[in-house]
Design a protein around this ligand. Structure first.
Ligand code: RB5
Length: 148
């Protein structure tokens, strides 16, 4: 599985730990930055990560900002993206099972690195359940299509 990661200044330590953790687990990771601690605008990182996932260049994306919310708002503007901001285990697991989310957004000022790594593991290890949830995901994507 190929995974794209990115962050703003609110999530640099988390993003670096996540990238190292995923590489250690054998995943192919592309780091879209930032790589040094400077202030940036989260949409500038969310966009290339989301575009690469939407284009199929990466199977999943992980984005970290201060809250996870700005990254999720920006990533969800890209067609084909279902980005979920999560700060606990249940949501990280069920957004894969029920929403087939393809980007996980985390808050570097909300959760610690240990929790972030556990949420990332749940997100990459959990398959979409399909079945009745497929119809609902299809309806979400239909909203995207008709609103475009
Ligand atoms: C940056 O200060 C902060 O606004 C950003 O990291 C994020 O939390 C936005 O949603």
């Amino acid at each position: 599985m190929k995974i794209a990661v990115g962050c703003d200044h609110g999530g640099l330590e988390h993003k670096n730990a996540i990238a190292a953790h995923l590489r250690e687990r054998g995943f192919e990771v592309t780091d879209f930055g930032i790589t040094e601690n400077k202030s940036v605008d989260y949409p500038d990182i969310a966009l290339p990560v989301a575009e690469s996932v939407a284009a199929g260049e990466h199977d999943r994306g992980i984005l970290v900002c201060g809250t996870g919310i700005g990254m999720s708002l920006a990533a969800n503007k890209v067609k084909g993206i279902r980005a979920a901001a999560c700060s606990e285990h249940f949501s990280a697991k069920y957004t894969r099972l029920h929403n087939d989310s393809n980007i996980l957004c985390l808050g570097g000022r909300v959760i610690g690195i240990g929790t972030a790594l556990e949420l990332v593991d749940l997100f990459v290890d959990t398959a979409f359940e399909g079945g009745r949830h497929q119809k609902r995901v299809d309806k979400v994507m239909e909203i995207e299509r008709t609103q475009a």
